[in-house]
Unconditional design. Structure first.
Length: 198
């Protein structure tokens, strides 16, 4: 089982850690507001993504995706929030510019983005369903996969936030900082658009 568990984690890291709405928003929050100020947002992303993992583990996502109207409503709400978040990122004061930073998105904002993140469902669903660690004990298999993937969720999201905060330390120039904030906002919107293309 140890070998299969390592393979699960190695498969999960690039899929769950690749750029997407949650990871890019975390890097942008780190760059725009700093890691400490964005910690509540990070916790929201982590718990929301863990919620997606639990929904996949118990099969609820199949029921949600089977109802086209519900999928459309969730998609529209997520798109509206992501556009709002992109605006907040693009207009956030550059750290060290002398302008007081506005309040970063909250725990609830991170949770909402994560729970409605289409990339999370695809990436976690692929890793979760593509790996069976204990075929003779499906309950234990589920528990082990949830535990392992939860650790990956914490790791990759924390890395993206700290990456953004390190970037902020390098980019103290207000012009360059503004460009980076706008670039993160555009990448966030683009990542969502790309994840919705069939």
């Amino acid at each position: 089982m140890t070998g299969d568990l390592i393979l699960l984690v190695l498969a999960a890291l690039p899929l769950m850690g690749s750029p997407g709405p949650a990871t890019l928003s975390l890097a942008a929050m780190g760059a725009a507001f700093g890691a400490g100020t964005s910690a509540n947002y990070l916790f929201g992303i982590i718990l929301g993504t863990a919620g997606v993992l639990l929904l996949i583990a118990v099969g609820v996502t199949g029921l949600i995706l089977a109802e086209p109207a519900l999928t459309t409503v969730i998609g529209l709400l997520a798109a509206a929030y992501i556009l709002y978040l992109a605006y907040r990122i693009a207009t956030a004061p550059v750290i060290g510019s002398g302008i007081t930073a506005s309040k970063p998105p909250s725990f609830a904002g991170g949770f909402l983005l994560a729970i409605a993140n289409p990339k999370a469902y695809v990436a976690i669903g692929a890793v979760y369903s593509g790996n069976i660690l204990l075929p003779d004990n499906l309950l234990l298999d589920t528990i082990v996969k949830i535990a392992a993937l939860s650790l990956v969720i914490v790791l990759v999201n924390s890395i993206w936030l700290f990456f953004g905060s390190l970037l902020a330390r390098v980019l103290r120039n207000p012009t360059i900082g503004r460009i980076v904030n706008i670039l993160f906002a555009v990448m966030l919107v683009a990542s969502v658009a790309l994840s919705l293309i069939p």
